[in-house]
Design a protein around this ligand. Sequence first.
Ligand code: GUN
Ligand code: ZN
Length: 465
Amino acid sequence: MSLNDATTRIEHVFSGTFAHSTQSAALEILENCVLGVDDEGKIAFIEKDPDVDSLSKIWGFDASERIKLGQYEFLMPGMVDTHIHASQYSYTGTALDLPLLDWLNTYTFPVEAQYKDLDFANNVYTKVVRRTLKNGTTTACYFATIHTDASLLLGELADKFGQRALVGKVCMDCNSAVPQYKESPDQCKAETDRFIIELLKKEYSNVKPVVTPRFAPSCSASLLSELGEIANNNKLHIQSHISENKQEVDLVKTLFQDCKSYTDVYLKHNLLTNKTVMAHGCHLTDEELKIFHERGSAIAHCPNSNISICSGMLNVRNVLNHKVKLGLGTDVAGGYSPSILDAIRRALDTSKALTIQDPEHQTLTFEEVFRLATLGGSEALSLDDQIGNFVVGKDFDALRVNVCVPGGPIDLFPGEGPKAVLEKFLNLGDDRNITEVYVAGRRVLVTEHHWPPFTSIVWTQNQCK
Ligand code: GUN
Ligand code: ZN
């Protein structure tokens, strides 16, 4: 007989080591802990050094059925990719030899134009959702393309495979290099309205629309205003790009001469809100960062892309000092890796490169970057009331990590405690170490390891939809 109020049913209980971030600590490691997840996918309790028998009586679960994490296992929050182009996944790992504007015209726009073909879209979008989930991305903030039906399909696939997602139908009415890849301003507004209405009508619990002007050079001033109005009227998220490369910043200066800065372009068109995430921001001035702070807008730091297409090096320390929200993004395919583990490593590399240039620069720590990949990402997407760490009442979005899988990439040695084990996973681990993925309490992926080394993946698709 359970002593808790009879409406809460406990669905999963885990015991062992958990790693997460809090408001005050970049890394908190909880050893000998028990965490319970209720039937709505929310964290019901988390207790350190618990008396499991009395907990099981209070919450009405069978203590013998709890999942006991092994010596080389831990739970961590699911990772958040605050900026990824699902539509560019087909050529990830290629085409990194041109700077941004040429890269867009030569590689990106011709590929994105193909998404009017829904079979093509289905193939790529299925693969990107599966690949990112397998790599521990429980929440993705996606750019799709200008095509409404293919963008809706991306939302459907994220829901089907159980990934939490913000999905953006791309808006652009200016494209002189590849003129077949744009919409008229009227078409763009009408299709954005249709996209939002249709996606919301599906009532997916964890997939929502995000208003997505591609970036200032692709949008007329009147389109930017329309999109600002749509987002604000419907209280929707907004995503775009800002100050990624210097040539782009100069272009924006010539295109929007009445605006004081690139940030001012978005500010004037009501696109900087506390639900806005702007990718890159490598060349933002301190004045502009102050505006980001005042508006509560966020930056998606995409270090792989910033180096791969030679855009710049974002000074994350300076952004954090300005108290601007910041998460990590893969920026596939400007970034060549779909894994946030890679973004963690590249963020540390960039920070160290800045320290090489200026020894006064305070290098980011691995704990801080762990925070950016989890809680920081949830803050950047204004989802930190729902996800990001292990707090009672939040959704259980989590990864079960095993650093000692057969044939895996990590070797451990005597005397290594949980902090070193986490650091090794962040620096050396990969999808082989992520053995289970949970989104809102549902196990959406489980990897079964066998000996001799052979791995099979079981996808647990959403049967309810
Ligand atoms: N700026 C505008 N569009 C894009 C894009 O697709 N990728 C990147 N990296 N920057 C952009
Ligand atoms: Zn991008």
